[in-house]
Write a protein that binds this ligand. Structure first.
Ligand SMILES: [Zn+2]
Ligand SMILES: [Zn+2]
Length: 372
């Protein structure tokens, strides 16, 4: 079987839309006919070389579609199921899976950075039999993808694919960080530094947990306006002064203590320090943003003292089979905003326009609508 995919052949290059040939499915594989795929900043990091992956590769890790075919050993999904891809499939029985930390699953962390599925293989070839790498075991910028069974998560048929795909990364990470990891408490004060997709979803998570005050901090007034829609009660941007003024504002709201729960979603050294300075003694800081892994960051040591709990998370404590259907139902019940966060929809062929807009900071989410 052949299908069209956006293939990246070199760092910094444009995508090439070409035919990929599917190899036979392994017993634990799920073949998904994709209908929507979100562009996430992590894709751009690969394109620009900040996150090195073997090439050629098909990027994309926010995908939704319909199960087309399953391997002989698959029991959790069946053809016809609507699914969202999880970029953290896990084996269920390694050291970390047994300790309830599937994000660290050993087959996953061994093979995923090498552009392979959990069994170390690739199911994609280009014409001439050249191997194509999988990205984060999802490779959703394509008409089809093959994922391990634990990476294909059934969701209700009612949620449209272009909304459902967002659940697979940004929504899960932000809402999960607030609800599953930090466990924001009713009546508490939360601060979110950086209002991109993950930050806006952390705001929604804090709202779902009934935080009393939710402070959004960002330089962009348009993002702060979205933060308000997502549930922020206080907005801090350039109009309210610099970082020192923002810390003062958070202290003023909290009798001088700082916030109970803080989420760093900007991915910058200054944002890390700002986030620490907004966290009260004994409070919790969840770091969701990222800087280049080789970059050294300096932080004022005193800001880490005071029994603060500091956690870095990639996927918001995701347990996809538990969480994706829950997030889909929240959307269908009108309790989770997704429509407002889609900036534009493009066909697969125009994928690079989406990344161009992302580079200019013009988009929150671009969703590819995949035609067949
Ligand atoms: Zn992502
Ligand atoms: Zn494992």
């Amino acid at each position: 079987m052949r299908y069209r995919a956006a293939v990246l052949h070199a760092m910094g290059a444009r995508h090439s839309i070409e035919e990929v040939e599917l190899q036979p499915l392994a017993p634990g594989d799920v073949l998904i006919r994709l209908h929507a795929s979100g562009l996430c900043h992590t894709d751009l990091e690969v394109i620009e070389g900040a996150l090195p992956y073997p090439l050629p590769i098909v990027l994309g890790h926010e995908g939704a579609g319909v199960v087309e075919q399953v391997g002989a050993a698959v029991t959790h999904v069946k053809p016809g199921d609507h699914v969202v891809c999880s970029w953290n499939p896990h084996c269920g029985h390694c050291f970390y899976c047994e300790r309830d930390q599937p994000i660290l699953c050993e087959p996953f962390t061994r093979h995923q950075p090498a552009g392979r599925l959990l069994d170390g293989g690739s199911r994609y070839r280009l014409a001439g039999h050249r191997l194509v790498h999988h990205f984060s075991t999802t490779s959703t910028h394509a008409q089809y993808t093959v994922v391990p069974e634990s990476g294909a998560i059934a969701v209700p048929h009612e949620i449209p694919f272009d909304r459902a795909c967002l659940i697979g990364c940004g929504v899960m990470t932000g809402v999960g960080a607030a609800v599953r990891l930090a466990k924001v408490e009713p009546g508490s004060t939360a601060v979110v530094v950086g209002c991109g997709a993950v930050g806006l979803h952390a705001i929604q998570g804090a709202r779902l947990q009934q935080a009393d005050a939710i402070v959004a901090i960002d330089r962009d007034p348009a993002r702060l306006a979205l933060a308000r829609i997502c549930g922020a009660t206080h907005l801090l941007g350039p109009a309210q002064g610099d970082a020192a003024a923002h810390i003062d504002a958070v202290k003023a709201l909290t009798a001088g203590r700082g916030a109970d729960f803080v989420f760093e979603c900007a991915g910058a050294e200054a944002a890390l320090q700002l986030s620490l300075d907004c966290t009260r003694p004994g409070g919790s800081l969840t770091i969701l943003g990222k800087v280049n892994v080789d970059k050294k960051v300096s932080l004022r040591f005193g800001s880490m003292m005071g029994e603060r709990r500091i956690v870095r998370s990639s996927y918001g404590g995701a347990r996809p089979r538990r969480d994706f259907p829950w997030l889909a139902r929240l959307y269908l019940d009108g309790r989770l905003k997704l429509d407002e966060l889609i900036t534009q929809r493009l066909p697969l062929e125009r994928i690079d326009e989406g990344f161009d807009a992302m580079r200019l900071g013009r988009t929150l989410r671009t969703v590819l609508e995949i035609a067949h």
